[in-house]
Design a protein around this ligand. Structure first.
Ligand code: VTB
Ligand code: MG
Ligand code: MG
Length: 363
């Protein structure tokens, strides 16, 4: 790619969604994060989730758009708000957007007051985000250097089904490192026992996380984060949100839907029961037993051209600080927002509640 040389080439006109909604999206995740932060460490993950959902929905409904939740809190009958299919926004204007939300990603982390909880969402034009069921996806996520490497080495491609060593060899070459200098993040679950062993056998270093595989995925596209690959089965909504960010940052991701009973080694009866329960609903989304196992790349997970993404830290994490609460209800929040035009903003925002009693402060 030629060097841009001019600001004109670097800072481009953004699409309509990015132009109108990216600055506002920040406030949506900020509100959800602040709501959650009041519940941090109180041990009640459901309540922490509930207040984040309410805050996010309230702010989404301030935006001039016709929005539809595509990745949300679950089905209409089990989630009272931000359920899949819910329409949000004022309905004013021409913007029609599909929305993926996770108002509190890492509810356990927030409830326990430990690192990694965030409020997160993405938007795109209609059909711009994968519309799938809330099950698991098997994932592999790597940074843009790997995309570049694959272009000049057509026989060496990251493959969801390849042995871990093959994929790590490619990443090591793309990053000009040894395998033992790489870090792979994976959820610490029984279902990953063999995979964790396999990663360790390659010599790579493993970062086991108790929850929250979304931000580590994004971190693979950010040099200096110390994370080079994310593997394993985690939430499908989290996968779509990761993909939305990776589309903007240029990383690579492959994912495949998997039923929780299958991923977690359920009995044949349990698997059949889950299939009977879930496959009819999946069929309405175009997912059948034949295509359930298709591998989805970023173009499938986040086909949109005008994508925006925002995440705000609730507890401190790999890329974001947590919420700080000051006197008189003031709060300071740290976020990352980005858009398809190629802009990434790290924002440090202070909300002042009572400016006379508690003037703006820097720390
Ligand atoms: C996954 C992961 C999330 O919860 O959804 C996980 O993607 C749930 O996995 O980041 P289990 O069913 O194995 O607990 C998170 O870790 C947090 O929402
Ligand atoms: Mg959630
Ligand atoms: Mg989540």
């Amino acid at each position: 790619m030629p060097h841009p040389k001019t600001a004109e080439a670097l800072i481009k006109c953004a699409g309509p969604i990015e132009s109108s909604l990216l600055p506002r999206l920040l406030h949506v995740t900020e509100a959800a994060a602040i709501a959650a932060s009041y519940q941090m460490g109180r041990g009640d993950k459901n309540y922490a989730d509930q207040v984040s959902v309410e805050a996010m929905r309230r702010m989404l409904n301030c935006l001039d758009m016709k929005g539809v939740i595509k990745i949300g809190e679950g089905e209409r009958d089990e989630a009272p708000m931000l359920f899949i299919g819910e329409e949000v926004g004022t309905g004013v204007g021409d913007l029609e957007v599909d929305i993926a939300v996770d108002p509190l990603e890492g509810t356990n982390l927030a409830a326990d007051g430990i690192p990694g909880a965030i409020a997160v969402m993405a938007m795109a034009e209609r059909e711009g985000l994968f519309h799938g069921p809330d099950i698991y996806m098997d994932k592999i996520v790597v940074g843009p250097e790997v995309v570049k490497y694959e272009k000049t080495h057509p026989d060496e491609k990251i493959d969801l089904d390849a042995p871990v060593i093959r994929n790590l060899e490619i990443v090591a070459k793309a990053l000009n490192r040894n395998i033992d200098e790489l870090v792979v993040v994976i959820l610490d679950r029984q279902r990953h026992k063999d995979k964790i062993k396999e990663i360790r056998e390659t010599g790579a270093r493993v970062n086991l996380i108790s929850d929250g595989d979304l931000m580590p995925g994004i971190a693979t596209a950010i040099r200096g984060s110390g994370i080079h690959m994310v593997l394993g089965a985690g939430g499908s909504g989290e996968a779509v949100l990761t993909a939305a960010a990776m589309k903007i940052l240029g990383g690579k991701m492959l994912a495949r839907l998997v039923l929780p009973t299958v991923a977690n080694g359920g009995t044949p009866e349990e698997i059949e029961k889950e299939k009977a329960e879930k496959m009819p609903r999946l069929a309405t989304m175009g997912i059948t037993e034949e295509n359930l196992n298709n591998v989805l790349d970023i173009e499938k997970l986040a086909p949109g051209k005008d994508i925006i993404f925002s995440a705000t830290g609730v507890t401190p994490g790999i890329l974001l600080n947590g919420v700080s609460l000051f006197g008189e209800g003031d709060a300071r929040v740290h976020s990352i927002t980005m858009g398809s035009s190629g802009v990434v903003k790290f924002t440090d925002t202070i909300y002042i509640h009572d400016k006379e009693k508690n003037p703006l402060r820097m720390a």
